[in-house]
Write a new protein. Structure first.
Length: 507
């Protein structure tokens, strides 16, 4: 459906349109947990290294290869971590490890069978699946290492296995129905896709480049769904780090740019959520007026995250200078948005037919969620998104619109006797620049993310009793011994560490 682009109400921010867009673009990459791609990447590399080390404890057949790979520098890890097949292997390994069903690591099997004498990667940073493609083509040279899915040309039986697995994941991502083979992109498709990426980076220099960096593979395909022809989709769990799109999305740079922003923002959030959950209650449901049924709270966050990016893009398009318009053509005067599902309140009332309307509704529902439904990261995520949204939509709700609830009650003081001791064995990876430590304990095979406070408390649990722990923490944190702040920090951290199984009490 075509609808007129909404008025954003930018003047209410007190900034000019171009200044508001620039500020929003910057803020989309400012949050260290969800927006800063470098920080998101640093956490994912740490998770990757720790995961390989934990897998090595359980699979002796490839333990050495796993440990050697875990020690590789980032530039040699990236082609593995962001390869669609290898990333899927890793995530599946970690899930089976946590569920106690891992017998042999699929990722480790790849390392042993595929690498052999081959280097992890070559100087051009070509990953395993990209190495199968002929001709080999980069999607947007100069803006990142994303590559195009062209014809696969395996060199040996191991390559054949890798290529077959890639096609299995491709079909799984598309879902039930007749399998559609990938469409080999034409020179016109490739040129417009590249222009779309360059347009996105021009309009949103920070966020545009950021989301492009989370895309590894771009494939073209055609698919008929219940809601009509497939436009574009991000792979997520079935096909990690990948975007699939219809060739028709490359009829002009503006459509291509919007598709890349849409799917790239999903992939970026996918990476961010791997290292920090936002909801405590996974069953919390939210009614959606333009869809039959309701969504989980996490799906609401995912949708709002995209709509905020899209509204910044639309505002940037409206404020685009003559140089951008001359190079890429004028921006569309209207947006294409999917119809509300038949029979829904939105379909009956004719409402929620623009991105702005849907973003406002989702923002209101986020604000209405119970405090306890979200983690600390979830509250941070909501404040960040709504702050950006209000910059480009003066009618959108703000974080301050939430009913003024009393501050969370102080944590109950932990009452423990005996001494507190870290469990062993554990594997850990420190991220000092982010003030985080990720710990994996052998007993549960789960990863736990500790902030600077819980990291400090954890490091001090070496057989001290609780009183000695409070004194040592106060000294380490530069706080007054015996203060309520010290008691709160230690109580919260000990409670979390006990619940995670990272410390035990003796005596």
């Amino acid at each position: 459906m075509w609808s007129e682009l909404p008025s954003t109400g930018l003047p209410s921010t007190g900034l000019s349109s171009s200044d508001a867009v620039a500020r929003a673009d910057t803020l989309l990459c400012a949050d260290r947990q969800f927006g800063d791609s470098a920080a998101v990447g640093e956490r994912n590399y740490a998770r990757f290294r720790l995961g390989l080390t934990m897998l090595a404890r359980r699979d002796d057949t490839c333990a050495q290869a796993l440990r050697t790979t875990a020690a590789e520098p980032e530039e040699r890890l990236r082609p593995l971590l962001f390869d669609p097949v290898l990333r899927h292997c890793f995530e599946d390994d970690i899930l089976r490890l946590e569920n106690g069903t891992l017998e042999r690591s699929a990722f480790g099997r790849y390392l042993v069978e595929y690498r052999g004498e081959r280097p992890v990667t070559d100087p051009s940073s070509v990953g395993p699946c990209e190495g199968l493609t002929q001709p080999r083509r980069r999607a947007w040279p100069g803006l990142g290492n994303a590559w195009l899915l062209t014809e696969l040309k395996p060199r040996d039986p191991v390559d054949e296995m890798l290529g077959e697995r890639l096609m299995e994941l491709y079909r799984d991502a598309l879902g039930d129905g007749p399998a559609q083979v990938p469409v080999n992109p034409t020179s016109a498709d490739r040129a417009t896709l590249r222009e779309g990426a360059e347009l996105l980076a021009s309009l949103m220099p920070a966020a545009g480049a950021s989301v492009l960096g989370h895309i590894t593979m771009v494939g073209f395909t055609r698919r008929q769904t219940q809601e009509g022809p497939l436009q574009s989709m991000s792979g997520g769990d079935p096909l990690p780090s990948s975007v699939l799109m219809a060739p028709e999305r490359c009829t002009n740079p503006w459509l291509a740019a919007e598709s890349l922003l849409h799917e790239g923002s999903h992939l970026k959030l996918f990476d961010a959520l791997r290292t920090g959950s936002v909801v405590r209650n996974a069953t919390e449901r939210v009614p959606i007026p333009w869809r039959i049924g309701s969504w989980t709270a996490i799906r609401v966050f995912v949708a709002l995250h995209f709509y905020v990016h899209l509204l910044v893009f639309q505002a940037a398009a409206a404020a685009a200078d003559e140089a951008v318009r001359k190079r890429f053509g004028p921006p569309p005067a209207a947006e294409v948005i999917d119809e509300p599902s038949p029979g829904t309140p939105a379909a009956l009332r004719g409402s929620h037919r623009t991105s702005a309307e849907r973003a406002r509704y989702l923002a209101e529902r986020v604000l209405a969620l119970p405090e306890e439904a979200l983690t600390e990261n979830g509250h941070r995520f909501a404040r960040w998104l709504l702050t950006v949204l209000h910059l480009v939509d003066g009618d959108a709700p703000t974080p301050q619109d939430r009913a003024e609830t009393a501050a969370r009650p102080p944590s109950a003081t932990v009452s423990l006797t005996g001494v507190l001791q870290r469990v062993t064995p554990v594997d850990a990876c420190a991220l000092p620049s982010l003030g985080q430590l990720v710990v994996g304990d052998a007993a549960s095979a789960r990863m736990h993310w500790l902030n600077s406070r819980s990291w400090t408390v954890y490091s001090l649990c070496d057989g001290r009793d609780l009183d000695s722990l409070r004194t040592a923490y106060a000294d380490a944190a530069g706080l007054s011994a015996g203060s309520a702040e010290v008691d709160r920090h230690v109580s919260d951290s000990v409670r979390q560490l006990v619940a995670a199984g990272l410390i035990t009490r003796r005596g």
